[in-house]
Design a protein around this ligand. Structure first.
Ligand SMILES: NC(=O)c1ccc[n+]([C@@H]2O[C@H](COP(=O)([O-])OP(=O)(O)OC[C@H]3O[C@@H](n4cnc5c(N)ncnc54)[C@H](OP(=O)(O)O)[C@@H]3O)[C@@H](O)[C@H]2O)c1
Length: 278
């Protein structure tokens, strides 16, 4: 299987590259060699490499920044996804694309399934949902994987930020009224490899098992890191942010577990491994 990974400098990409290393042919690229907003360069790249799969790890991922830069968020996350889908259709490649739990409004009481209606609250969520729709409107040879609350070795993330703040301060305030499912980028990359090898198609949810609040996740990360700082639970209204986030965005991963034949482990176990490697 030959894969072309776009967005190679991102957090998820780093673990995907590792997961595929040595088992499949993998070509990687990122800014400035390729910009997914530029149809000509995207088509030329795919035509030149003739991959079986294009993996799109490129995205505009600044959730709060998207509120002030909606044009950029839509250009990358929506138009860019459409451009990739059209180029893949032309070149007969399959497209694997990533989306987010932030396509949901958070009013559910049980983890979201792939068939549940998506109603984003933020510009970022809307741009990612528009990207999913552009792909689905273009062709059928796609795999869209929605994930959530990701931590990985390839970039700054909630865990590294909260541990840095905890090391610098006696108290760290973290919201306790937003709940979701943390995801290890390395666990997701391992699931992805099986999903591509099995030629899965359609929309899938993929995150680690278990549900927690950001506060509970932060408390666990600080304790595992052995940092002597107090993590203090606060409400969203006490820590206003530019983008609205869903109060509950856990996703049901039954479909990907069943179709890949995998048991996905609990986020606590994945976090322990991640912190041990930091
Ligand atoms: N991180 C999470 O918690 C999370 C949660 C749910 C879903 N997701 C989804 O998972 C995927 C991967 O996320 P991530 O956290 O690994 O992202 P990331 O670390 O922000 O990496 C994104 C990469 O895309 C590149 N990029 C941005 N605009 C581009 C363009 N126009 N053309 C080509 N490359 C471009 C970035 O390059 P520059 O840095 O040079 O701009 C960066 O290397 C995304 O689809 C994201 O929406 C992430």
């Amino acid at each position: 299987m030959k894969l072309l990974l776009i967005g190679a400098n991102g957090m998820l990409a780093r673990d995907v590259i590792e997961a595929f290393h040595g088992t499949h042919e993998l070509v990687t690229c990122d800014h400035p060699d390729i910009d997914i907003r530029q149809a000509d360069s995207v088509t030329a790249f795919i035509k030149c490499h003739r991959p079986d799969w294009v993996l799109n790890c490129a995205a505009y991922t600044d959730v709060d920044g998207a509120e002030t830069h909606p044009d950029l968020a839509f250009a990358v996350n929506a138009d860019g996804a459409g451009i990739l889908a059209r180029a893949c259709r032309e070149q007969k490649a399959r497209l694997c694309h990533f989306s987010t739990d932030f396509v949901f409004d958070g009013n559910a009481r049980t983890p979201y399934r792939e068939t549940d209606p998506a109603v984003p609250l933020s510009v970022y969520g809307n741009s990612k949902l528009a990207g999913e729709q552009r792909i689905q409107d273009t062709f059928d040879d796609y795999l869209i994987v929605r994930t959530s609350w990701m931590f990985g070795r390839g970039g700054k993330n909630f865990i590294t930020t909260v541990c840095r703040l905890a090391a610098e301060n006696p108290d760290v305030r973290v919201v306790d009224d937003q709940r979701g499912s943390p995801t290890s980028a390395s666990d997701l990359a391992a699931i992805l490899r099986v999903a591509l090898e099995k030629n899965l198609h359609g929309i899938y949810h993929a995150c680690n098992a278990g549900v927690c609040s950001w506060f509970e996740l932060a408390r666990e990360a600080v304790a595992l890191s052995g940092i002597d700082s107090r993590v203090v639970p606060v409400s969203t209204s006490q820590m206003p942010r530019p983008a609205r986030r869903p109060a509950f965005s856990a996703m049901d991963c039954t479909k990907i577990s069943r179709d890949c034949g995998l048991q996905i482990r609990h986020w606590r176990e994945a976090l322990r491994d991640y912190i041990a490697q930091l």
